[in-house]
Write a protein that binds this ligand. Structure first.
Ligand code: IPD
Ligand code: CA
Ligand code: CA
Length: 263
């Protein structure tokens, strides 16, 4: 575990917001069978979680700025620190009562990501990382998987939904290239958890395009602190700006990049 004041602040805020989401998941399950469905309820749950995170983090660290999926950017008096927050990552899963979703909170200091937590309230799994302190899942120190042969790799990815069908052609050629060379593919449906799974060695590598800063901010710190390599999907270091990411251990990340380039 990381016993720092910063981690206490971040994990406490996530646990508080997560209590609400866990309760709301129960209601979503009930609403699946109603004609109206859980859509509006999920939107409200998402906003409620973000409000809790905003209030808790503002109280503990007055002056820090925010970048939040729902509320957008909030300038703080302290220009060196900014929270990057997705209050509910994996909304589609949550909407379908699939318990694969997370609260993602990253902290940026002077333009660098220095801490992140990804918390799944349904499983009570708290992934946390702070620069120089390692990556942890609850009390367990995390390392990326040691596997080296891409033919054995379990590769995470993101599939653009119908609403973003313009991204399908590129995704399809990249997918063809990756499935021709890797072991197999998974699509979990929550980018923050995909990154956490790579940090935990459960996935060997992962790539996705079309993401936002709040999907990746915390997860990037997790992967780095677990000894993994992080780039954007074109091999550069513009993850947050490009909205793309490619991660894994040193060899797996390189192999995945090569497969994407060959697409
Ligand atoms: C989405 C999830 C999903 C990814 C999408 C994201 P949301 O976030 O992370 O896995 O494929 O690109 O937008 O909408 O559930 O917060
Ligand atoms: Ca998200
Ligand atoms: Ca979200």
């Amino acid at each position: 575990m990381i016993r720092s004041a910063l981690m206490n602040v971040m994990t406490a805020a996530a646990v508080k917001a997560g209590r609400g989401l866990k309760r709301d998941l129960g209601e979503v399950e009930n609403l699946q069978v109603s004609i109206k469905g859980p859509g509006d309820f999920v939107t409200a749950a998402d906003r409620r979680a973000e409000k809790v995170l905003f209030e808790e983090l503002s109280r503990s660290r007055p002056g820090y700025g925010f970048l939040m999926e729902e509320g957008g950017a909030v300038e703080g008096a302290d220009k060196t620190h900014r929270w990057i927050i997705d209050p509910l990552d994996g909304t589609t899963n949550f909407l379908h009562s699939l318990p694969v979703f997370a609260i993602s909170v990253g902290l940026e200091r002077d333009g660098e990501m220095v801490a992140g937590i990804v918390y799944n309230p349904a499983t009570d799994e708290m992934y946390m990382a702070e620069k120089g302190q390692g990556a942890w899942l609850n009390n367990r120190r995390l390392r990326v998987a040691a596997r080296r042969d891409f033919a054995d790799a379990l590769v995470g990815c993101g599939i653009p939904p119908l609403a973003r069908a313009h991204l399908h052609p590129r995704f399809k050629v990249e997918l063809s290239s990756v499935i021709a060379k890797s072991g197999n593919i998974r699509r979990l449906g929550a980018a923050s958890l995909d990154l956490a799974m790579v940090a935990a060695g459960r996935l060997d590598c992962y790539w996705e395009r079309g993401l936002s800063a709040w999907d990746m901010a915390a997860g990037i710190v997790l992967v780095r602190e677990a000894g993994g390599y992080v780039s954007d999907a074109d091999g550069g270091d513009k993850m947050l700006e490009s909205g793309s990411v490619c991660v894994g251990n040193e060899t797996m990340q390189r192999s995945l990049l090569a497969a994407l380039r060959a697409a």
